[in-house]
Design a binder for this molecule. Structure first.
Ligand SMILES: Cc1cc2nc3c(=O)[nH]c(=O)nc-3n(C[C@H](O)[C@H](O)[C@H](O)COP(=O)(O)OP(=O)(O)OC[C@H]3O[C@@H](n4cnc5c(N)ncnc54)[C@H](O)[C@@H]3O)c2cc1C
Ligand SMILES: NC(=O)c1ccc[n+]([C@@H]2O[C@H](COP(=O)([O-])OP(=O)(O)OC[C@H]3O[C@@H](n4cnc5c(N)ncnc54)[C@H](OP(=O)(O)O)[C@@H]3O)[C@@H](O)[C@H]2O)c1
Length: 262
């Protein structure tokens, strides 16, 4: 979406880039100031705007920070020739980043009213929402098992691995009951120690995810989130349906909720 700065400033707040951490030449974590009064639920996304050639170009970004943090954090890929991300890649701390005043999205853990396992499937930057969700204590009390599956092309793209270890350690220290299973998988090089090989969809179908966690997936206990590549999302929805699962409904019932990134 592209709009004039004047029009955009009615619904967005002009914030500042605080920091950028580069995981690879095209994967980065960045933080901005948080608009006064900004509210979101872990799992939701912000809409961010950058001024490019006198107009605002806006894009959706999942929030990776905790609901209570003073700053907002996001995990992003620089898309080849991407309008927004080519500019994002060049920003320096202190530069302006517009943040729309409303938060968006329905992929939040509080929507699940039952189930014992929460599976959080992500390709690439689709990991973002789970980083926020796992910083909320509620989810660690609500489920027995929390499973993050991060599928990427190459090992270097397995960002945030240390963060998951820290989250698990913190939860244990706080006596929070859930167990965290953090699974990594690569598709374009050998996995090596502790890293699975193959697409998430393949590992779902052939039982690789169940084997790696020791959990059994079934409609009564398992709840799913899937986020990232839209083709992955479409395929996992098909797999869930084949297993008798349905999308989460506002009126109750259902096992999965998904988010396409493009
Ligand atoms: C609900 C929602 C949440 C999103 N959250 C994030 C996020 O947290 N982090 C993030 O990096 N992006 C996220 N995106 C994608 C983001 O909004 C932009 O599409 C992305 O920044 C590219 O914008 P661009 O103008 O640079 O490229 P464009 O010129 O708009 O290029 C779009 C193309 O880039 C590719 N692409 C876009 N996003 C991704 C991606 N994340 N990973 C791999 N390929 C991609 C696809 O091939 C797509 O067709 C989200 C999108 C949606 C709809
Ligand atoms: N320049 C180009 O020609 C070109 C082409 C493609 C992408 N790109 C860019 O490269 C970047 C790719 O980003 P990315 O690697 O984070 O995202 P990605 O292409 O979505 O890949 C992330 C992971 O998702 C897997 N995946 C893809 N489709 C799937 C499906 N249908 N089911 C299950 N898993 C699936 C991939 O497996 P696989 O390795 O098996 O695909 C990979 O492990 C984007 O910026 C994109 O625009 C560029």
């Amino acid at each position: 979406m592209q709009v004039s700065v004047d029009v955009y400033s009615e619904k967005a707040s002009c914030e500042r880039l605080l920091s950028v951490h580069r995981w690879t030449d095209k994967l980065l974590t960045f933080r901005t100031t948080r608009p006064a009064g900004y509210r979101f639920t872990a799992g939701q996304f912000a809409r961010l705007g950058l001024e490019i050639d006198g107009e605002i170009v806006s894009r959706a970004y999942s929030i990776t920070s905790a609901e209570s943090e003073d700053e907002l954090e996001y995990y992003a890929i620089v898309v080849p020739d991407g309008k927004f991300t080519t500019r994002l890649d060049r920003l320096q701390p202190g530069d302006a980043v517009w943040v729309e005043k409303l938060s968006y999205g329905f992929m939040t853990a509080d929507r699940f009213t039952d189930g014992r396992q929460l599976w959080m499937l992500a390709t690439g930057t689709g990991l973002g929402p789970y980083l926020s969700i796992l910083q909320q204590e509620d989810v660690w009390r609500k489920f027995d098992d929390l499973v993050v599956v991060h599928g990427v092309r190459n090992r270097a793209e397995l960002a945030y691995a240390d963060r998951f270890a820290a989250l698990a350690a913190r939860a244990q220290a706080q006596g929070l009951p859930a167990r965290l299973h953090y699974l990594k998988s690569v598709t374009r090089e050998p996995g090596g120690e502790g890293v699975l090989e193959g697409r998430i969809t393949t590992l779902l179908r052939d039982g690789g995810l169940e084997q790696a966690t020791g959990l059994v997936i079934d409609a009564a206990q398992s709840r799913f989130m899937a986020c990232g590549n839209p083709e992955m999302v479409t395929e996992v929805r098909e797999i869930f349906r084949e297993r008798g699962m349905t999308p989460l409904r506002r009126t109750g019932g259902g096992q999965f909720v998904t988010e396409d990134y493009w």
